[in-house]
Design a protein around this ligand. Sequence first.
Ligand SMILES: N[C@@H](CCC(=O)N[C@@H](CS)C(=O)NCC(=O)O)C(=O)O
Length: 419
Amino acid sequence: MGLSADFMYEIINQVGNYGEIYENNLGVNTSLGLNRGLNALWTEGGLLYSPPLGGVTSSNVDFQTDTLSEVISRGKIICGVSTGIYGFSSQTDNGSWIGFDVDYCRALAAAIFNDTSKVEYVALSGNERFPALNDGTVDLLSRNSTWTMGRDTGLKLDWAGISFYDGQGFLIPASLGIDNASQLAGKTICVQSYSTSEYNLKSYFNDDFTQVDGSDEEYLNGDCEVLTTDASALLSKRAGFDQPEDHLILNERISKEPLGPLVRQSDQQWANITRWTLNTLIIAEEKGINSSNVDELKNGGDDETRIILGTEGELGSYLGLSNDFAYRIIKHVGNYEEIFDRNLGSGSTLNMERGYNNTWLKGGLLYSPPFDFGTVIPVVEPGITVNVIRLFGNSRGRHSTDILSEFRISGQVKMYALK
Ligand SMILES: N[C@@H](CCC(=O)N[C@@H](CS)C(=O)NCC(=O)O)C(=O)O
């Protein structure tokens, strides 16, 4: 990033960590007396969650392109998915792709083409995925890929956000008679090379294990005694075993694995499209907008719902998309809850719990920034009279003809004006 190697040390040494800054400026011992609330750590009931740092990794490729224009002229998105993790991305007998990560690609196709079939899927192994994105073989990855600082900065990538909060676990034969991960030291362990799983494993066991490069096949062949990767992938793999009950997933999670779709960092517009496609799925669940009621809510919903669905405002045009891009996503693919349930949750054989992957309103970590309104006037001269239909902050949601000068605006204020 062009900083000194100890920049994090300097931040913490000179300013402190988040908790210190909060407590010193806003906390219960200050005149503001604020509780941490949503701003507590994720492990303490709040939403603060940082991707891990990850290993050292870098790429010199910085592929510049206008991805949206290329996608539109090509007539389809090229989406990199995993080679097969049931529930996330796998192929049916007739060759079509299904799963949670696949539905994200379909959502993107709905946003751009109003047609979920306009996707070409490229199956990529753990080793192949980042080079394929860096060199332009795929437009994005939607594939159990952990957001780490090392990858984000070193590989010049941009995560759209977190679509699935995961952690690394261990799958073992029940016959091994072990119930705690620390007892696995010295064992032969199957792990995908070039993955965060490999990196975490080495530091967890201090290199005291024998590594076999591989996954479920090698594990079932008996090449190793233990299989480790993201717990969600372990659940999915075990569900496909002939005798799933003969295998245990230990309770320990030895890492944070925030998974989500990602793109090259050199194309900000494309990054925004992928980010707000993910946020559409999340905010739609927050607001109870789903594929069954989206038509009704398009005209009958509250202010923000109409903004999200493009009935009012022109958010889509800022992304280079149709203003009803979010409507198209929800209509054709559904909201986050619908996608989770049919691929991973109660509507699937995996029957996973929502856990951290629930909306923040129900105790999970999924949280979308709000969608907002229409045309932006970036700089407003104090004293100027403008008809305003909505303002940020407390005045948000006001209707028509408030006079700006009444608000005694000074300096720079971003606001939305009547078109
Ligand atoms: N989330 C981890 C692990 C991802 C990973 O590559 N997992 C392996 C083991 S489940 C995998 O996806 N294998 C199937 C494949 O390569 O298509 C990461 O981003 O490094």
